[in-house]
Design a protein around this ligand. Structure first.
Ligand code: HGY
Ligand code: MN
Ligand code: MN
Length: 423
């Protein structure tokens, strides 16, 4: 992983992280899409997401960095290194949130990266390699499914045109929302950049969104990989009719079919080891009238597992189940995305673990149950992640919370690790 700077430089960069600056940025970013319950609703490419990007781009000047944006809206802040011919070290995460999200999911990774860039300057270290911060477009997939659009298109895993064609629940295309966002960035003078630019390494800091680090009392964790994920859309088509006059034998009730199929899919996914993650998060009934028998129900499936073979086997059993009649209705199972599990390279996770030791930080190794943009970057360059604990492991919820001292500890570890990678 390249020449490492002596650990005193890395430590100095870690120490230069400013808790008050990080706290101020977290508080400000949480105002963009603030909910009354303390959470955040900053959906991909909505006005708040665009505001957040414009704010991030404005931070470049003070850093001596250059802001640029690519064709899928990924925003980069590039800090030059003493040897501009070298591929950059990159850190970053996402600014979009869930509809009832927390203020740390994604945002902490972007702001910790921003703080790391500042800390390098404050510590008087000029990195040999360029160092970049990136905010990826539409990681969550809550508005435009599937998620991780920005990093998937950047890495060539998905096409730009197919991604631009995705529509949200109101029929708005990702492409039209993206063009509005890009127009605002163009108007702010942010230049364009190509996709798939070379990277020496990518390190993403993120909240764990699970209970492990809090349980063991560790302020940070070194992530060794991410489990695989498959998203599906299931549609049941029946016949609408009058709720009061239609005898059971004449009904093709799409809701009755959907409930029966959903229960069978959940049963098929049940495993004694409790490693399969099966979630139905969206369930849309139409026409949605109290006194009309539903003729169409669409629901989502989010399926996760660390092993690709298990994802394959469960997907096959889902297809079989969907092929059966359900309350006389026709069911279709449409795959929306499949992302393979990834393991991060040992030399990079070792560097992160060594740096944690240098900073006298306990940082156990763990896998990620949540997906992140790093899952695609792992195919583009050596990639790894750092986690910080979140209270009760709660995430994708307005009460998501990270103690400032743990956010700062993780940021110091990120900054010191990046300093070593840039040396
Ligand atoms: O769903 C996920 O795993 C990520 O938090 N978007
Ligand atoms: Mn996230
Ligand atoms: Mn998330």
């Amino acid at each position: 992983m390249g020449k490492t700077t002596d650990s005193s430089d890395a430590k100095a960069v870690g120490e230069a992280v400013d808790p008050a600056r990080l706290e101020r940025d977290l508080a400000f970013l949480a105002t963009l899409g603030a909910r009354d319950d303390g959470g955040v609703a900053r959906l991909a490419l909505d006005a708040n997401d665009t505001q957040a990007r414009l704010w991030l781009a404005e931070q470049a000047a003070a850093l001596g960095a250059n802001a640029s944006v690519d064709a899928i809206g990924n925003l980069f802040l590039d800090l030059p290194g003493s040897d501009p011919t070298l591929a950059p070290v990159v850190t970053g995460s996402h600014l979009d949130s869930q509809p009832a999200g927390g203020r740390y999911d994604g945002a902490l990774g972007v702001l910790a990266g921003l703080e790391a860039l500042r800390a390098l300057g404050d510590a008087g270290i000029q990195p040999r390699r360029p160092l970049s911060l990136v905010s990826w477009t539409n990681e969550e997939g809550a508005r435009f499914a599937p998620g991780t659009s920005g990093s998937a298109v950047f890495c060539g895993v998905r096409g730009l045109d197919e991604t631009r064609a995705i529509r949200d629940a109101d029929g708005v295309s990702l492409g039209s929302a993206l063009d509005e966002c890009l127009a605002a960035l163009d108007a702010a003078g942010i230049p364009r950049r190509p996709l798939a630019t070379p990277m020496h390494a990518f390190v993403e800091l993120h909240i764990e969104q699970g209970p492990i680090l809090e349980r063991v009392g560790a302020p940070a964790g070194v992530v060794e990989g991410i489990q695989g994920v498959s998203w599906f859309e299931v549609t049941l088509s029946g016949s609408a009719n009058h709720a009061g006059t239609t005898p059971r034998a004449m009904r093709r009730d799409a809701l009755e079919g959907a409930c029966a199929l959903a229960a069978s899919l959940r049963e098929a996914a049940r495993d004694e080891a409790d490693r399969v993650r099966f979630t139905i998060g969206k369930f849309v009934v139409s026409p949605g009238s109290v006194n009309t028998i539903p003729d169409r129900v669409t629901f989502s499936i989010d399926l996760r597992h660390p092993e690709a073979a298990t994802l394959d086997a469960l997907s096959a059993s889902f297809r079989l189940l969907a092929g059966q009649p359900w309350a006389g209705c026709q069911a279709t199972l449409t795959p929306l995305s499949r992302i393979e599990p990834v393991d991060f390279p040992a030399p990079l996770t070792a560097l992160l673990a060594d740096t944690a030791e240098d900073l006298a930080l306990t940082a156990p190794r763990l896998m990620s149950g949540a997906f992140h943009d790093a899952i695609h970057l792992a195919g583009h360059c050596p990639t790894a992640m750092l986690f910080v604990p979140c209270r009760g492991g709660l995430s994708h919820h307005p009460d998501e919370h990270v103690d400032l001292d743990e956010a700062v500890a993780g940021t110091r570890l990120l900054a010191a690790s990046l300093a070593r990678l840039c040396a």
